[in-house]
Design a binder for this molecule. Structure first.
Ligand code: UD1
Length: 365
């Protein structure tokens, strides 16, 4: 059996980490393709190092561009690779442009497609990821879901039940595998932080950082929160670019307790999150990671494609309403009690193993 897996962006690497470790245990030929959607050392190479991922066999080097340009470039370049490599199966993960581009081309060439993290829906088509999710699921032969909502969404869309496999969460496989190693991180000393006495922040959604007024609104929230607690903010390249574009540097400099740093590597960020009093984010994956870590998370979005993190986990979906976010943040900062969270079903470190079991069974000669 020959599997070709496609990765493009930072969260893809965490998901593939667990899968590749599992693939290696079997008599399976594996080709890893990096589309180059994320290319900075801090967004890519350092993650490969921390996760012990093999060097990509092929790097398409597509780089940045509009959603359409990027998708088009990946589609063009991946076609040659698929024609040449002739895999039995293409694995794509998550919801980024690389995911959809890879899945569509594989399908057109008659190659079977497995989508890991299928079925998630924000029901918000203004997010580029929502189109990526829907289109990828439409062409996939194996839809591996992380939570019950994913199964329900796919069935509602008329997907054949036989193609849906509820296997759990490979990103959590990776987290559980690396948690102990992350405890050796010296990032808290380096940043002069005290366990449980800081807030970690990430921000990169176009809806939050690509529009000046929206970004300014979030900064005015942060201004209030940093009055009460130190905020550590590893800045995504998209966000960094917009801070410059909108001339927000001065506003930020005036907030003494808001600490901007470069994107962090995986193990350091895992340790930073684990020990935070509160996480503020607009990321998808971080909602899941904080749920498993038992750390309160405020999501700066109107919707989530991961409802189980709200129903069972530590996630509060608060939107970017200034008063609401400030109120909720202060509530958490001032509270002494430990949060009551449940670990969602099958988020137990065994998702990659379940996926491979299913695939090996299906591809048995
Ligand atoms: C992408 C995904 C998003 C995911 C995120 C994780 C899509 C539509 N979006 O968003 O779902 O949550 O990755 O980080 O696929 N840049 C660099 N260096 C890099 C990568 C990006 O400087 O290594 C800059 C470029 O200016 C680029 C911008 O960041 O234009 C945005 O990168 P892009 O990959 O287009 O989208 P993300 O915002 O990272």
């Amino acid at each position: 059996m020959k599997i070709l897996s496609i990765a493009g962006t930072r969260p893809n690497f965490m998901k593939l980490g667990a899968l590749i470790d599992e693939i290696k245990k079997h008599d399976v030929e594996h080709v890893l393709v990096h589309t180059g959607q994320h290319y900075d050392k801090k967004m890519s190479k350092l993650f490969f190092d921390d996760l012990g991922l093999p060097e990509p066999d092929i790097n398409l080097g597509v780089g940045s561009g509009s959603n359409e340009e990027q998708t088009k470039k990946i589609m063009e370049k991946i076609e040659d690779v698929l024609v040449r490599e002739k895999p039995d199966l293409v694995i794509v993960v998550g919801d980024v442009n690389s995911t959809m581009a890879g899945a569509l081309v594989a399908k057109k060439l008659g190659i079977k497609v497995a989508h890991v993290e299928a079925g998630l829906r924000s029901f918000d088509l203004t997010m580029p990821e929502e189109t990526n999710r829907i289109e990828t699921d439409k062409v996939s032969d194996f839809l591996f879901t992380t939570e019950e909502s994913g199964n329900k969404n796919l069935i509602n869309e008329g997907v054949d039940k036989e193609k849906i496999f509820f296997v759990g969460n490979v990103m959590i496989d990776t987290l559980l595998k690396h948690k102990e190693k992350a405890e050796k991180s010296d990032i808290l000393e380096k940043l002069n932080l005290e366990k449980g006495n800081y807030c970690a922040l990430t921000l990169h959604r176009p809806s939050n950082v690509d529009i000046k007024e929206c970004f300014e609104n979030i900064l005015s929230i942060l201004d209030k929160v940093q009055d009460k607690i130190k905020i550590i903010f590893p800045v995504h390249p998209r966000t960094r670019k917009n801070i410059e574009k909108f001339s927000l540097d001065n506003k930020i400099k005036n907030m003494e307790n808001l600490m901007l740093i470069d994107p962090m590597r995986y193990l350091d960020f895992l340790f930073l999150m684990s020990n935070a009093k509160l996480v503020l984010t607009d990321s998808g994956g971080i909602q899941e990671e904080t749920t498993v870590l038992g750390v309160p998370c405020i999501t700066l979005r109107k919707n989530t494609e991961r409802p189980v993190t709200v129903e069972q986990g530590t996630n509060l979906l608060v939107s970017t309403d200034r008063d609401k976010v400030i109120e909720k943040s202060l509530e958490i900062i001032n509270s002494e009690s430990k949060i009551n969270n449940k670990i969602p079903d099958l988020w137990d470190g065994g998702a990659a193993e379940r996926i491979m079991e299913i695939l090996l069974e299906r591809f048995k000669k």
